[in-house]
Design a protein around this ligand. Structure first.
Ligand SMILES: O=C(O)CCC(=O)C(=O)O
Ligand SMILES: [Fe+2]
Length: 336
């Protein structure tokens, strides 16, 4: 039987989520550090910021650094969540109608906080073809986009994906800082249970027999140079998943690849786990180990208090992405 994502059972398999709640003093420390950075740099996309960000992150509370260290160096986790970060709802204004208008001065504090947490796991990157190369991007439901395949959708479930699966420079961690989430709409997460993968399927998934197109959040039109990729490989640390429910196409005429992809889709659908991020919670999804998406919801645009997340992509070491960037100082990855 093939389950569609909408029919998939929620929370069937916990993909190992580690979390920590900051106490008031710790939360205050984070806010102070973010305000100091903001006083100096004003914009979270300022290229001069990143060396200082790395240095200042050393003063983040030990509980936060300890959790990040476990995720970075030890256990193979699906996600980490930092809780207890105050969001001053009365001060951030209405939820913006679209990402274009979401980089507001009143919400910048949280962009800087997102960067500080991200710096505990690695270095932030952006994408030239996504939200104008911004380093901290915004996720808000947008009128007219309800049924689209991008994060501004709402009434349609956002299918599970590896973030920027098409690119060798994709993030190691996708950070989502929740400012508002009135309906407690879940982010979805799923990982592969390696022991459950039949050997023949695993063999096919590990071979370059699948095209991974850039998702529609990227304004990339020329995909003529795309090469086929593997979807499930492994490295020293375990399984590495690189997949996208809506943007993977097996090579034409390759029936084994079609079958293997369908197996993977069914497997991940059945393992989809609901991770609800509430205001003041920042989750980092392990983009090598799990795929993620978002449940469908009915937006109430007129409330002006709709769901709003700040997102930051983190790579373990920005230097590894050098060939994807225009210069060493640039943080945005070029088209592909
Ligand atoms: O809205 C969410 O919870 C996740 C959205 C997402 O997958 C993304 O923006 O990459
Ligand atoms: Fe995503």
């Amino acid at each position: 039987m093939t389950l569609s994502v909408d029919e998939a059972k929620p929370a069937t398999a916990d993909p190992t989520v580690l979390d920590v709640a900051l106490d008031e003093d710790e939360a205050h420390t984070v806010e102070q550090l973010a305000r100091e950075l903001m006083d100096t740099f004003t914009s979270p996309h300022d290229l001069a910021l990143f060396t200082e960000l790395d240095a200042v992150a050393g003063a983040m509370p030990l509980t936060a650094r300890r959790l990040a260290a476990r995720a970075r160096l030890g256990e193979q986790v699906g996600a980490v969540v930092f809780r207890g970060i105050p969001v001053h709802d009365g001060q951030i204004g209405p939820t913006p109608e679209n990402w274009q208008s979401a980089d507001t001065p009143a919400s910048r504090l949280y962009a800087f906080e997102a960067l500080l947490f991200g710096a505990l796991l690695g270095d932030p990157i952006g994408w030239q073809a996504q939200q104008r190369g911004r380093i901290v991007t915004d996720i808000v439901p947008t009128q007219g986009m309800e049924e689209s395949l991008v994060s501004s959708s709402s009434t349609k479930e956002l299918g599970w994906h590896t973030e920027d699966a098409f690119s060798p420079h994709r993030a190691d961690w996708v950070g989502l800082f929740c400012l508002r989430n009135p309906g407690s709409v879940a982010t979805t997460v799923a990982g592969v249970e390696l022991d459950a993968v039949p050997a023949a399927i695993r063999e096919v998934l590990s071979q370059p027999r699948f095209y991974i197109r850039p998702d529609s959040a990227h304004e990339v039109t020329d995909t003529s140079e795309l090469a086929p990729r593997a979807l499930l490989t492994s490295d020293d640390e375990g399984a590495v998943l690189r997949a996208d429910r809506d943007f993977v196409e097996p090579i034409e005429g390759d029936d084994q690849a079609v079958h293997a992809f369908q197996w993977l889709v069914d497997h991940l659908n059945s393992r989809l786990y609901d991770l609800v991020l509430r205001p003041g919670e920042m989750g980092f999804i392990n983009n090598r180990v799990v795929v993620h998406g978002r449940r469908a919801f009915v937006p109430r645009f007129e409330s002006a208090r709709e769901r709003w997340l700040k997102r930051v992509n983190i790579v373990r070491d920005v230097r590894v992405t050098r060939s994807g960037r225009a210069s060493t100082a640039e943080r945005a990855i070029l088209a592909s």
